[in-house]
Design a protein around this ligand. Structure first.
Ligand SMILES: Nc1ncnc2c1ncn2[C@@H]1O[C@H](COP(=O)(O)OP(=O)(O)OP(=O)(O)O)[C@@H](O)[C@H]1O
Length: 547
C-alpha cells in the first residue's frame, strides 16, 4: 500500500494489484497503408516511470494511445501488448489517461473539482467522512494543500498556474487509485520549474508502486533525470529503450557521444530531429567558414557536434541499426519474455462505481454551481434579456385596448419570445467549456450522456424560470398586457419552455440525438397549436425527447 492510500485508510483488493505492461513488435498503420510505428518493444513495471521521448511527429502519442487502448479508428495495430502477462488491450477505465489538454471547470475550486469527481466515481455507499478523507489525502498526494480553495480559473477569473492545473488533473486520475497511468505530454506549455514539480509528483506516484508512462517533448536536464526508463523514438522507429545511464553508453558506442555539460535529452533530440536539419547545416557552414578563415579547427568541438556533419536521416539510420544490433535490445526482449511467463492478476476497471441517481444529483449540483459563478452562462444573458424586454416594452408601451392594439400585442409577444429564444445562443461559449469537460470525463468512463444531459437540464431550470419571470413582468408592466394571472402563468411557461428547448438543443449536440427529430416535433407543435398551453406541452415533450 502506498503512502497516500495508507493515509486514506481504505483498503480494497485493487490496491494489492500491480500493473506490468509490455509491448513486443508493436507496429501501427494508418488506413492499413502508412506505417507510423515500426516493431517497437518495451516494458514498464510497477515503481518505475518511463519517458517516451522523440521529436514532433515521431509517434509518441500513437505509442501511448496504442498501449492505453485509445487508438483512432483509422489506425491498425499489430504486435503483442500484455498487461500482467495477459494478452489483453488496456480497456477504458482500467488505467488513468491524461490527455495533452485537460479541461476543468474554471469556476470551481481545487477542492470542489476533486470532490465532485470523487462523488461521480466512488461507490455511492461511501460516507461523507470517507469521501472528505479521500479528497483531502489525494490533494496532499499531489501537493496542492496550499491551493485547496483556489479557483481553477477561466477567462474572467485568475486561478491556478498551468503546473497546478496539471496536478489537479493528476489528482482526479488518482481518485480511483489506478495502478497504471498514461500521460500525454504532462509538461507541455509549462516552465521548467512547473515541469519539474509535475514530473516529481509522477515520480513519487511511481515509486509508491504505480506504473507510469508519459510522453515528453524536450525535458530539462533536471526533469530528464527524474525518469527511470527512456523510450526514444524517431519517425516511429526505436532509437533506444532502457535505463538513463545506459542511454549515455549507447550513444557513445554508436559514435554520437553526449558532450559533457550538455543535457542528454537535448543531445538525443538534436541527433534524431529532422527539424534541426537546417540548423545543423548552418552550424556546419559556420564551422567550415571558420576553417577557411584560418581559425584552428577544434577537434573536440567537431566531436561534440558530430551530428552536424551528417544528415539527420543518416544519423537516425545509424542509431536504429546500432540499437537493433545492441545488447540492450536483446536484454529488453528477454526481460519481456521473463515478465510474461506467468499470468498476473487481472486489473479491474477504475471507471465509475457511483449509481445513476448519485451521478445525476452530483452533476446537477456541479453544473448549478458553475452556472451560478460563470458570469457569461446566465447572469449576462439575464442582463441582456432585461435590456431587450425594456426596449420591446417601451416600443409597445401601454398598447391599450383599441382594435389596432390586438396586432400590437401579438407583435409584442412574438418579438419577446423570438428574441429571447434566439438570444439563448449567448450561453453557447460557456456551454462549449462544459462540453469539453463532458467529452473528457465521458471518455474516461466517469459518467454517461444521459446523466450529463439530465444534470445540465435540471440545473438550468431555476435560471430559465427566473429569466422568464423577470422578462414577463417587465413586458406585462410596460405594455400592460393585463390578461389576468392565468395568462401571465402561460406566458412565463411558454417563454420558459422555448428557452428550455434551446438549452436542450445544445444538449442534443452533446448527446448526438438527431436535432432534426426535435426540429420536426417543435415545428409541427407550433403549426397545430392554437394557444400557449399546447405549445408548452409540445415543447416540453420535445425537451424530453432530446433528453
Ligand atoms: N489518426 C491518425 N490519422 C492520420 N495520421 C495520424 C493519426 N495519428 C497519428 N498520425 C500521424 O502519425 C505521426 C505520429 O503522430 P503522433 O501524434 O504519434 O506524434 P507525436 O510524436 O506524439 O507528435 P507531437 O509531439 O507533435 O504530439 C504523425 O505524422 C501524425 O500525423
Amino acid at each position: 500500500m502506498d503512502a497516500g492510500e495508507k493515509r486514506r485508510g481504505v483498503v480494497t483488493d485493487d490496491e494489492r494489484l500491480v500493473a506490468r505492461l509490455s509491448w513486443k513488435n508493436l507496429s501501427a498503420y494508418i488506413d492499413n497503408d502508412v506505417r507510423i510505428l515500426h516493431d517497437l518493444s518495451g516494458y514498464v513495471e510497477p515503481g518505475r516511470i518511463c519517458a517516451i521521448m522523440g521529436p514532433s511527429g515521431s509517434g509518441k502519442s500513437t505509442l501511448l494511445d496504442s498501449l492505453a487502448g485509445r487508438i483512432s479508428k483509422n489506425i491498425t495495430l499489430t504486435g503483442d501488448i500484455r498487461l500482467n502477462g495477459r494478452s489483453t488491450r488496456v480497456s477504458y477505465g482500467t488505467a488513468a489517461y491524461l490527455a495533452q489538454e485537460c479541461d476543468l471547470l474554471g469556476t470551481l475550486t481545487v477542492k470542489e473539482t476533486i470532490y465532485y469527481s470523487a462523488k461521480l466515481r466512488l461507490p455511492s455507499s461511501t460516507t461523507t467522512k470517507d469521501m472528505d478523507r479521500i479528497v483531502k489525502s489525494t490533494i496532499e498526494e499531489v501537493g496542492l494543500q496550499d491551493s485547496i480553495n483556489t479557483p481553477i480559473g477561466n477567462w474572467h477569473q485568475r486561478g491556478l498556474s498551468g503546473g497546478e492545473k496539471r496536478r489537479v488533473s493528476i489528482a482526479i486520475a488518482l481518485l480511483t487509485r489506478p495502478r497504471l497511468l498514461f500521460l500525454d505530454e504532462p509538461t507541455s506549455g509549462l516552465d521548467s520549474a512547473s515541469s519539474f514539480h509535475v514530473v516529481s509528483t509522477l515520480r513519487n506516484l511511481a515509486h509508491d508502486g504505480r506504473t507510469v508512462l508519459c510522453s515528453i517533448h524536450q525535458p530539462s536536464s533536471q526533469v530528464f533525470q527524474l525518469f527511470d526508463i527512456l523510450c526514444l523514438l524517431s519517425g516511429g522507429k526505436q532509437i533506444y529503450f532502457g535505463d538513463l545511464p545506459g542511454s549515455l553508453t549507447f550513444f557513445k558506442e554508436a559514435g554520437y557521444p553526449c558532450p559533457s555539460l550538455q543535457n542528454p535529452a537535448d543531445h538525443y533530440l538534436l541527433c534524431v530531429n529532422s527539424d534541426f536539419d537546417k540548423v545543423q547545416k548552418s552550424l556546419q557552414t559556420i564551422l567550415e567558414h571558420r576553417k577557411e578563415e584560418g581559425h584552428a579547427f577544434d577537434e573536440e568541438e567537431a566531436v561534440a557536434h558530430v551530428p552536424q556533419f551528417e544528415s539527420v536521416a543518416a544519423v537516425v539510420r545509424s542509431l536504429t541499426h546500432a540499437y537493433s544490433e545492441s545488447q540492450n535490445k536483446l536484454e529488453v526482449e528477454s526481460h519481456i519474455q521473463e515478465m510474461n511467463k506467468a499470468e498476473g492478476p487481472l486489473l479491474s476497471s477504475s471507471g465509475s462505481e457511483a449509481n445513476f441517481f448519485t451521478q445525476v444529483y452530483t452533476l446537477t449540483m456541479r453544473s448549478f454551481t458553475n452556472m451560478n459563478r460563470d458570469f457569461g452562462y446566465y447572469w449576462l444573458r439575464l442582463g441582456m434579456y432585461i435590456v431587450l424586454t425594456l426596449a420591446i416594452g417601451t416600443i409597445f408601451f401601454k398598447a391599450g385596448y383599441s382594435y389596432t392594439a390586438i396586432a400590437a400585442r401579438a407583435a409584442c409577444v412574438s418579438f419577446v419570445v423570438a428574441f429571447l429564444t434566439f438570444m439563448s445562443v449567448g450561453g453557447f461559449p460557456s456551454f462549449i467549456e462544459d462540453m469539453k469537460v463532458f467529452t473528457m470525463e465521458r471518455l474516461n468512463g466517469h459518467y454517461g450522456v444521459a446523466a450529463f444531459v439530465l444534470g445540465n437540464t435540471l440545473s438550468s431550470v431555476p435560471f430559465l424560470l427566473l429569466i422568464s419571470l423577470i422578462s414577463t413582468v417587465i413586458v406585462y408592466f410596460l405594455v400592460d398586457l393585463h390578461h389576468g394571472a392565468e395568462y401571465f402563468f402561460y406566458f412565463v411557461l411558454s417563454l420558459f419552455s422555448c428557452l428550455l428547448v434551446v438549452e436542450s438543443l445544445m444538449m442534443a449536440i452533446a448527446s448526438l440525438v438527431p436535432n432534426f427529430l426535435m426540429g420536426i416535433i417543435i415545428g409541427a407543435g407550433i403549426q397545430v397549436s392554437t394557444d400557449s398551453r399546447t405549445i408548452y406541452l409540445i415543447l416540453s415533450g420535445a425537451t424530453l425527447c432530446s433528453i
